[in-house]
Design a protein around this ligand. Sequence first.
Ligand SMILES: *Cc1c(COP(=O)(O)O)cnc(C)c1O
Length: 421
Amino acid sequence: MDHFLYREGVLHAEDVAITEIAAQVGTPFYVYSAATLKRHIGLFNEALAWADHLVCFAVKSNSNLAVLKLLGDMGAGMDVVSGGELRRAVAAGVPGDRIVFSGVGKTREEMQLALSHDIRQFNLESEPEYRALSAVASEMGVTARVAVRVNPDVDAKTHEKISTGKSDNKFGIPIDRAREVYAEIAALPGLKVVGIDVHIGSQLTDLEPFRLAYQKVAELTEALREDGHEITRLDLGGGLGIPYERSNDAPPLPIEYGQMVQDTVGYLGCEIEIEPGRLISGNAGIMVSSVIYVKQGEARDFLIIDAAMNDLVRPSMYAAYHDIIPVNEATPGVEQAEYDIVGPICETGDTFAKSRNLAPLKDDDLVAFRSAGAYGAVMASEYNSRPLIPEVLVSGDQFAVIRARPTYEEMLARDTIPEWI
Ligand SMILES: *Cc1c(COP(=O)(O)O)cnc(C)c1O
């Protein structure tokens, strides 16, 4: 459930009409619902209420400072994958002891930064990485709490670009080598083993791959404890999918996920960390765009809108589906038209949807892309010299621009022409 509903024929974000925001900030823009973000954190807290736990929001899914502050103030932790994201979490007031650092390529500078904030945990992914962290921590005279990301070799059955738990991808250490790796880490200065980490992919719509992975993690926990390691935390990653296509998808609910976690690893008595991104921010945001032209093609009609692949890349990058709905609700019973919905960029890939049935639209009508709060604004670029689009946050009847649209002057001012040209 989210908070984007029609009221008297107009799509609202909570109590604010989308038409009102559009009139003030112009299109295209992203808008997020505070109530939906909070609700989603609450669902995970409820699902894991049986254990000591920390929900670490995957910052990469939506890194706006206002979003991070809202979630951090609810007690959420943050899963960061770069020094930039770490700085964002800190700037949003999240204390270091709720920040987890993931990712395959942490630089020494990023490690230093994270250690200076005494972060909760590093999730380590390779031998050179843990050697580097040992050296950096020793030099600083501090101890880094670490978990090793194990690759359980399970097929997450999701899009290949977001599957991370198979043995042939770049993530983690093969689970069969884990005992050897933990022994090496335990012998290194500056590192303290606290747990095990696993993350098998994103947009999973079935619990089975998680269950298989978590069973392997449970076995590994027992084995590592036998080897003398203190395993007190399990970081079970993110990846739970959301219903992008309302009419078809029914991914598992957080409560069912939490039950499965209890069934697989509950008996170990570990503190549970999870790193959901999409499930928290995805359905908490929409992207709003307006129709520039309706172009009558030979085979079909095109809806040319003012948002493009640079603003929301998921359809062209992952062939992702987004529900696209009119902001002014269609009159019931009106005969639908079939459209290809495209942006203005000079690439055939700048296509959001093909053969969508919608009530007939005309120039300047507004449309909303549902489920655009995760991997939307964060993946945007200025391709075709289109300034990044603004982000707006709604809470009840208030709204605020939480990232302004840059002016063309600001965009151009970032380039410099050297004197010698
Ligand atoms: C991307 C990522 C997540 C979040 O994935 P979602 O599908 O958005 O829940 C969590 N942990 C790690 C390590 C990631 O790379």
